[in-house]
Write a protein that binds this ligand. Structure first.
Ligand SMILES: [Zn+2]
Length: 399
């Protein structure tokens, strides 16, 4: 067993649900890590002995960001589609087919290399846990391949065979749903913890309520947890379906009516709303009102939705700044949503909050206060502690 004490913490933000705005802030604190777990948190003056010491020089420590919604296994480039959208072309989900073709054509090595570089990128921005969806293969072999590759990088893998109806099934939607809920589901299950569906009657490429119900029900019967892409392009049935089936997360929720908000508030112990404001930014869509949801008692998470079509950014600090500027959250609410909230959406009580017994996944902010996350948009102030070059010094103080 090895132990490390982290000292020189100017502001320790535990996100443990206590104190002002539930942030659990300690000043002049120290933290002891034993074998990757948090063993002790307290005043620097009372720090116990440990094998080694890291001094962060007065910086802020927060829980590592939990990016609970990404589509990182893909090949190809859609920057020209983005440029067209910025001149006024609307988004309807159709460009996903472009990425499907490029991903199917890529080798295993190329997909693995591309994913590894994206994981390096998000860690360099302070993210310590990432959820990764399939959904750019849409054949049995290609979906298995995507999840097998993703599973080498994270335990939070999500089967999204029901991303869009692939071109070869446009005339046989029921046949594709049969495949997703049958042979494909059985083949991917060893590599997937979750199942997801793009439930969006406003897109001809996505799935309606009955199709989404079949997908989610089959996933639950196969032992997978449920996540739903819902209400991204307009009001729809996805939110009510997610609540009814006790999904862990219902994502996007750009358009919500009063009945949706009431249902989400009543389900707050079970179903988290994951807001993805980078998508509204990158598609020039109206932003949802997250402050209204917070006030109603809805559980909120923030994630990037990093994907080649509608938001090619892996930056959680940027998402936090958008949530504060455009969704109406306070900086504290945004940080809680990006850590403890996203962890709740993955049903992972061991991450997202810095409390003894949890995983010691720490992010350092090169700033005097967590407020700088929203205050300094686009500036790389967040880094994962283990990756950031702080020198670990041996101590001989262990009794
Ligand atoms: Zn998505």
């Amino acid at each position: 067993m090895s132990s490390t004490v982290v000292t020189g913490i100017g502001e320790l933000v535990t996100c443990d649900g206590t104190g002002p705005e539930l942030l659990g802030i300690h000043s002049n604190a120290a933290l002891v890590v034993e074998d990757g777990m948090i063993a002790w948190i307290g005043a620097a003056a009372a720090t116990p002995a440990a094998d080694s010491r890291i001094d962060v020089g007065g910086r802020v420590i927060i829980p590592g960001f939990v990016d609970s919604h990404t589509h990182l296994v893909f090949a190809g480039d859609r920057s020209t589609e983005f440029a067209a959208r910025m001149t006024g072309q609307p988004y309807d989900g159709g460009g996903i087919g472009v990425t499907v073709a490029a991903t199917r054509a890529a080798s295993d090595d190329e997909l693995t290399r591309l994913l590894a570089s994206r994981i390096d990128e998000l860690r360099a921005l302070g993210t310590t846990t990432v959820e990764i969806k399939s959904g750019y293969g849409l054949t049995v072999a290609d979906e298995v391949r995507a999840l097998h590759i993703a599973h080498q990088f994270t335990t939070e893998t999500t089967f999204l065979g029901a991303h869009v109806i692939p071109a070869e099934y446009v005339q046989d939607r029921a046949g594709y749903v049969d495949l997703v809920t049958g042979t494909m589901l059985q083949a991917v299950a060893p590599y997937a913890r979750w199942i997801d569906v793009f439930c969006e009657p406003h897109s001809p490429h996505a799935f309606d309520a009955d199709e989404a119900r079949r997908v989610l029900t089959a996933g639950a019967e196969a032992g997978l947890g449920l996540r739903v892409h819902a209400n991204q392009l307009g009001l729809g049935p996805g939110v009510q379906l997610a609540v009814e089936l006790s999904a862990a997360s219902v994502d996007h929720c750009t358009y919500l009516d009063n009945a949706d908000v009431d249902a989400l508030a009543a389900a707050s112990a079970t179903t988290v709303v994951t807001m993805l404001p980078g998508v509204e930014f990158c598609t020039r869509s109206p932003y949802p009102n997250a402050a209204r949801l917070f006030a109603a008692g809805v559980s909120l998470a923030l994630a990037t939705d990093c994907n080649p079509g509608t938001c090619y950014s892996s930056s959680m600090p940027w998402v936090i700044s958008l949530a504060v500027r455009e969704l109406g959250l306070t900086p504290a609410q945004a940080l809680l949503s990006a850590t403890a909230g996203s962890a709740k959406s993955l049903r992972r009580p061991d991450i997202g909050r810095l409390v003894p017994g949890n995983r010691a996944e720490l992010t350092v902010l090169d700033a005097p206060s967590y407020l700088h996350l929203a205050y300094r948009p686009g500036v790389p102030i967040a880094r994962v502690l283990d990756d950031d070059g702080f020198t670990r010094q041996r101590t001989n103080a262990r009794p």
